[in-house]
Design a protein around this ligand. Sequence first.
Ligand SMILES: Nc1ncnc2c1ncn2[C@@H]1O[C@H](COP(=O)(O)OP(=O)(O)OP(=O)(O)O)[C@@H](O)[C@H]1O
Ligand SMILES: [Mg+2]
Length: 476
Amino acid sequence: MIPLSIAEVSEIVGATADRVADQAAIVTGPVVIDSRQARPGSLFAALPGTQADGHDFAADAVAAGAVAVLATRPVGVPALIVPDVLAALAALARAVVGRLQGGLGGSSPRGQAPPGLTIAAITGSAGKTTTKDLAAQLVESLGPTVSPKNSYNNEQGHPLTVLRLTAETRYLVAEMSARGPGHIAELCRISPPRLGVVLCVGHAHAGVFGSIDDVARAKAELPEALPPDGVAVLNADDPRVAAMAGRTAARVVTFGRGPGADYRAAGVAVDEAGRPGFTLVTGAGSAPVQLRLHGEHNVANALAAAALASQLGLDVAGIAAGLSAASARSRWRMEVTRRPDGVTVVNDAYNANPEAVRAALSAVAAMAGGGRAFAVLGYMTELGDQAEELHEEAGRQAARAGLAGLIVVGDPATPILTGAKAEPSWRGELLQVPDAEAAVAAVGRLVRPGDVVLVKASRAANLQRVALALTGEQPL
Ligand SMILES: Nc1ncnc2c1ncn2[C@@H]1O[C@H](COP(=O)(O)OP(=O)(O)OP(=O)(O)O)[C@@H](O)[C@H]1O
Ligand SMILES: [Mg+2]
């Protein structure tokens, strides 16, 4: 972060100091919420967790070198006392952005890093982290770039990411998620973006919002927050996203598979490992791309990253080369492991929603080629009223994907089984198991060399344990 004195931090967050001996002591970062990550110069933010209360670890953080603790009550070590630690982190992050932007706009000749900081933000129901990781790998070639670790995309993770910015940083490529109205608007207040990408509006968290139209309204807060000299990057293939063109003051560019998009893919072909290749077509020329990521759904993510990087000034050749070299930085998203016995495990257990399940099923079907594909599916959380229907639909899709077998894990996922059974074309093995242990055993009985096994569910179902056991990375 940019160095700030304790006195400056106190003023920004409106804190009262407790046991602070030296107001001039400098916080140089990192700002951490885990005392084990505290280092000399750190600021430790004490957050109440579900398992533990950060306040109990304040002394550990200071012993590890933290200059002070942001806390809601005295903790026996130097602390800045505020009513709400998350709100204080947001205020601090906002102030850091303000200083770095320093009134310098973001515009500059194409291809050059502009003075000051340019912020790009990515939202959507699926693909945010993947797109963020791809875009960051492209933008890094333009100048020093900060992007979140994993999915640091909410009121907690986003300020922590922003607080990693330094005076040298030229680009922030942020991921923004919403679990309710106003969330993205708030993240945009912390770090006002000049570029905003909306990937898709799907059923993820629809249950929390109410309906898919409520999800769309929440995602639209990103284009709504963009300035007139900004750029809204919208998915032309998703009508709810395309319609956001009417809700932004910014210039609009589009990406998509259809012929009308500004950034599109021609001649998409998936190789035997399920990795898509295509020609990236833009108004400024075309170039071949061969992704290292698995699954055709990543074409859309790659196009979105391409549009973002292009709007920041990277040329088409640089984008195509960068996309072709880019790796998956965040784990358990279509992570492919080829076992010594010839079985391929696809760990996509990071999260699931109906659109993501469809994408993953079609990816493993493609990867199996003429061979056999299996899926281990668990339940998808936060789908609201439509949960049962959407799980049944996932089962029907699994059946239609031509799987050799479907293993449904846990009671809440039963409608997946019902859906698969109801599909007349279904010919494969169909079983339901109670837990991860039984799922691993069932896969062990069913698969043979050459088979592909997908493991996918919502985070809460914890099915990454199945995938890690199947790859041998971590025994159950
Ligand atoms: N464009 C897409 N269309 C459909 N599904 C996708 C797409 N991109 C990614 N997915 C699926 O969603 C899963 C999660 O991807 P990713 O982590 O990039 O999304 P996210 O939006 O960051 O998720 P979260 O809301 O959990 O942060 C992937 O493993 C993949 O199965
Ligand atoms: Mg994410």
